[in-house]
Design a protein around this ligand. Structure first.
Ligand SMILES: [Zn+2]
Length: 411
């Protein structure tokens, strides 16, 4: 599944119609959840049927396209299943992940499904919208009176037929409204074999150091953005609750968030694509967000988030280009000697690895070499699990990383 995104242009009246649709989605989702809590609906099918009841009872529900109504009830269902058996993170995600995480026995976070307060998207399936022939505008045909929105963004949608578009999503963000098209294609591309394998060590000072002692610097814009984010956060905290100024400050904070997450994604995508296309095997540390304890060090926190996203994209491009990506256990990679494998204890501040066997390397360089050799020792069997390449939209682009490794094992 590919996602194409466009910024939507229209009249204020149309945007308030979108807001109305967003509220309706939230209403249906929460109603369906309540229906389930009261023990009246037990299956996803029950919740779907309940949509028709709501449509009869509430005119504003009837105004929303029937499939969009159902999609809202499906959200309630996935909130329920996710709460029962949840991986970290996004409660909006599909049932697929639920089953996936059960199968792979990822530790569960117990919880109860929550009512939603700030819904920001509405999802249409095959009906309720019509794309113009020139692909420059979209018309929503249900009774919410959203009407025709002009689209600005990528031209890539021209390459696909309308029946390949499986879902259309309207998304509200801090800086406006967006239309996303989910197109069903299995994306694979071929590149020439490079004959190289590489190990990557994440660092504090550099974004990563590879096993050939190449260093990629931390992008400066991220640190800068993060600082501005902190400032905006402080400003919100200082304003009186419920005041106009607080609302304004919150809007600014929202925009900064959006900006930094776009920059981070952009950086991760470009770098990951480059690493994958110029190597056949890429090994890296199996760092998970869950294990990255909250810390007060600014540089570290930026790195954690960026590195994690970088990893997800590495695995995504690994699948696209048919390359091998291996996550290895990170324990002790910096302590071991990459030549003779003896343990050479060193503190965090020791930047050089010096071993009795005569091996002298930069600390990170040594670690990267260890990561590569661990990776090569376990090719095809390592800790990739069903991470999804969540792009900055926070929506899925259906990339099961585990699946790619599996294919590589069998081929
Ligand atoms: Zn040694």
């Amino acid at each position: 599944m590919l996602v194409f995104e466009f910024k939507a242009y229209g009249k204020p009246k149309q945007f308030s119609a979108i807001d109305e649709a967003l509220r309706t989605v939230q209403f249906i989702r929460n109603k369906a959840l309540r229906f389930w809590m009261d023990g009246l609906g037990k299956t996803q099918y029950d919740l779907n049927k309940y949509c028709a009841v709501l449509a009869k009872e509430f005119p504003f529900c009837n105004e929303l396209n029937s499939m969009a109504r159902q999609a809202s009830a499906e959200r309630a269902w996935s909130a329920i299943t996710n709460a029962r058996c949840s991986t970290w993170g996004n409660p909006k995600t599909a049932l697929a992940r639920f089953y996936d995480s059960c199968k792979k026995q990822i530790p569960l976070k117990k919880g109860f499904p929550q009512f939603q307060k700030n819904n920001r998207s509405v999802e249409y399936k095959s009906s309720g919208w019509k794309l113009a022939d020139n692909r420059k505008s979209i018309t929503f045909t249900d009774k919410k009176r959203i009407g025709t929105l002009k689209l600005k963004g990528t031209r890539d949608l021209h390459f696909y037929q309308p029946d390949q578009i499986k879902r259309v999503r309207l998304v509200k963000r801090a800086d406006g409204y967006y239309v996303q098209f989910c197109v069903s294609v299995d994306r694979t591309e071929s590149v020439e074999v490079t004959g190289t394998a590489i190990g990557l060590d994440v660092g504090l000072n550099d974004f990563y150091t590879d096993s050939n002692n190449q260093k990629i610097e931390n992008p400066r814009f991220l640190a800068q953005g993060e600082r501005r984010l902190k400032m905006a956060q402080k400003r919100v905290a200082k304003r009186v609750k419920g005041s106009k100024n607080r609302r304004k400050a919150r809007q600014i904070l929202g925009k900064r968030h959006l900006k930094i997450s776009r920059q981070r994604k952009d950086h991760a995508v470009k770098l990951a694509r480059c690493v994958i296309t110029s190597n056949d095997v890429v090994a890296y540390e199996d760092l998970r967000i869950k294990n990255m304890v909250r810390n007060h060090c600014l540089a570290k926190s930026i790195n954690d988030a960026s590195w994690y996203q970088f990893r997800v994209w590495l695995e995504y491009f690994g699948k696209v280009f048919g390359k091998i990506t291996i996550a290895v256990t990170p324990n002790g990679t910096s302590q071991e000697c990459s030549s003779c494998k003896t343990v050479v204890k060193k503190g965090l501040s020791t930047r050089t690895h010096i071993c009795r066997c005569g091996c002298v390397l930069g600390r990170d360089h040594n670690a990267a070499r260890n990561i590569l050799s661990r990776g090569l020792a376990t090719v095809g069997h390592t800790g990739s699990y069903g991470l999804e390449a969540c792009n900055a939209w926070g929506e899925d682009t259906a990339t099961h990383v585990g699946a790619s490794l599996h294919e590589q094992v069998t081929s």
